[in-house]
Design a protein around this ligand. Structure first.
Ligand code: BGC
Length: 599
């Protein structure tokens, strides 16, 4: 912005020197920096509307960022410029240079979903998904996770994380259950606040999401899925008392952006809901940061034309529009709406003021690459990996331990079975490399539960066997079951042909084989949510919920062999049958209640 700033400095200095008051000429006057108000006042409508646009990286060229004065570019799930850090830094720098070569030189925000680490870069640290962090319930650790995630993001040149998800995951049939820390507002706040601080104190803009009630729709009310993006029937009083507090606390603790949710409240999409966005979030809670739309969120607003969806979204109070594909049409529609007075100048100025203020608070107006100073030296440094290992260790919840099966003897001969015992893709779950993740063994760099078991037994004269012919040599069987990765409504359980419902994942054969070994069985479940274990649990001596541990799977072994104690507690109720769901309606007694976890 330098030229423009000099122009503004001079105008301000000139105005000052023309005053009637006599000035002391011996004093050096340092011209004040232009305020955001001054900058906004100097902007054309095109420049303002451009700031309100967030386009997808693959749908916009570097030159278009300059031509349309774009405010933000983002990567949708799995959209990457390449696999290496160099690919990322080059892409971000190119976009940033283009943005800052405009008249006003306003830098862009580059956003990604680093929801469990910088998950599209192979070699970055992938942390346990939030549900596991909810089980760990360690605020100090959350701050560290925020910091490490920020450091790896900065290394790649990005500055905005669409995280944390502060949903209350009430119904484990929801495909986003694992994005939620759990079922209590206090737990969600205790963990999300330090995470937000960890990000924002280390150069990354946080974005609590999805405002509001994202986990609460009625089953079957969604047009696209079953629960995700559906409708919540609720009084305003209940909505506030059940879901608002994590937003209030995030705002009070400095969160600078918030993403609106796809779902409807009483059949009105949140993206068009002025009461929710402007009256409650901006006026009542005094949120002065950026309200961002979700991916084509305004496309779900009831209206005949896209033009009307744009008008409704802007007038509801959204400031930045995630319009991956139709951003050019968005610009035309909004310009038209302003010239027809369907959207006021005042509303546009409010949006742009918020966007520029956030950019200023991040330091970007002084230096678009300011956050470089927070960068990690390399991906997955030894020190940072320790944070992920600790997160895995603390997240494990011991749900059953009979006949002294745990801790396992390090010198034992162990029979291992199950699709998830040696699979990094399953361990990481959705939002890993691609939007929905993948179940390839080597989906990402990292280590598996089996790697950990091997290492510990090898150092203690124990052995690991996988072939049925070796069962007689074994003392114990470890059965590791895992959900195939999914994300968002794709994981609403009836949508998944492979899952069907919350019955145990598709390892019937493995489950039976384990039973047929006649060995004591320790079952480890790798999943983004509780699954129904009732038909089988009596056959198991031990049962551990490992959630979706990420790339440091081998740390699971440290806990089952007793090198580190079990610490995790259930952040959500564990149903004994599908009929119990959702708990807020049935009030049924779960198999294991919130807070349960053996030592
Ligand atoms: C999700 C958001 C995400 C966005 C951008 C949407 O589908 O609902 O959580 O931040 O995509 O990837």
């Amino acid at each position: 912005m330098k030229k423009f700033l000099i122009f503004l400095f001079l105008s301000i200095a000139l105005t000052q020197s023309c005053g009637t008051e006599k000035k002391d000429s011996s004093k050096v006057v340092t011209p004040a920096k232009p305020s955001i108000k001054d900058i906004v006042a100097s902007m054309t409508l095109d420049e303002k509307i451009g700031q309100m646009v967030q386009a997808e990286r693959s749908k916009i060229s570097v030159d278009e960022v300059k031509k349309y004065f774009i405010g933000s570019v983002f990567s949708s799930g799995g959209s990457t410029p390449g696999n290496t850090i160099e690919d990322w830094t080059k892409m971000c720098a190119d976009f940033q240079k283009s943005a800052t070569s405009t008249r006003l030189k306003i830098p862009i925000l580059y956003g990604i979903d680093a929801v469990h680490g910088h998950n599209t870069i192979n070699g970055a640290i992938i942390f346990p998904h939030n549900i596991g962090l909810g089980a760990a319930n360690d605020p100090n650790l959350m701050k560290e996770i925020g910091k490490v995630t920020a450091q790896e993001m900065v290394l790649s040149g990005v500055n905005w994380n669409f995280a944390p998800c502060i949903a209350i995951g009430e119904n484990s049939r929801w495909g986003r259950t694992y994005e939620s820390y759990g079922q209590s507002q206090d737990l969600v706040s205790n963990l999300s606040i330090p995470y937000i601080l960890g990000l924002q104190e280390n150069g990354i803009l946080a974005c609590p999401k999805h405002y509001i009630g994202d986990g609460a729709p009625t089953w079957g009310s969604s047009k696209r899925y079953m629960l995700d993006q559906g409708n919540v029937e609720i009084s305003m009083e209940d909505l506030k008392s059940k879901y608002l507090s994590p937003y209030k606390k995030a705002i009070d603790n400095g969160a600078l952006s918030i993403m609106v949710s796809y779902n409807s409240i009483n059949n009105i999409k949140c993206h068009e809901n002025k009461e929710i966005i402007t009256d409650i979030l901006k006026n009542e809670l005094k949120f002065s940061g950026i309200v961002a739309s979700d991916y084509e969120g305004i496309h779900q607003i009831k209206a005949e034309l896209f033009d009307d969806q744009v008008i409704k979204g802007v007038n509801a109070g959204i400031d930045m529009f995630m319009e991956p594909n139709d951003w050019k049409q968005f610009i035309l529609s909004l310009k038209d709406a302003v010239s027809n007075s369907k959207v006021s100048q005042e509303r546009i100025d409010d949006a742009v003021t918020r966007i520029l203020t956030v950019k200023q608070k991040l330091g970007l107006l002084d230096d678009p690459f300011i956050n470089n100073k927070f960068s990690a030296k390399s991906l997955a440094s030894t020190e940072n990996v320790k944070v992920a290992q600790k997160a895995v260790e603390e997240s494990l919840v011991l749900l059953k331990n009979e006949n002294n099966i745990l801790p396992l003897k390090k010198s034992a001969n162990i029979f291992v079975i199950g699709d998830a015992v040696d699979n990094i893709g399953i361990q990481c779950g959705g939002w890993t490399k691609t939007w929905t993740g993948g179940d390839d063994k080597d989906w990402m760099k990292g280590n598996t539960i089996l790697d950990g078991i091997r290492e510990i037994t090898k150092n203690n004269n124990g052995k690991v066997y996988k072939e049925n012919k070796d069962i007689d040599k074994c003392d114990v069987c470890i059965l590791v079951l895992g959900e195939k990765p999914y994300s968002e409504g794709e994981g609403d359980c009836e949508n998944l042909s492979i899952i069907g419902d919350l019955a145990l994942p598709d390892n019937e054969i493995n489950i039976n084989n384990a039973k047929n070994t006649k060995l004591p069985i320790l079952t480890i479940l790798v999943s983004g949510r509780p699954r129904i274990v009732n038909p089988y649990i009596d056959n198991w001596d031990g049962f551990v919920a490992a959630w979706l541990p990420g790339t440091e799977g081998s740390s699971v072994a440290k806990v089952i062999f007793g090198e580190v104690p079990f610490k995790g507690k259930l952040p959500c109720k564990w149903p004994s049958s599908m009929d119990q769901l959702p708990f807020n309606i049935t009030n049924a007694k779960p198999l294991f209640d919130v807070g349960f976890g053996l030592k």
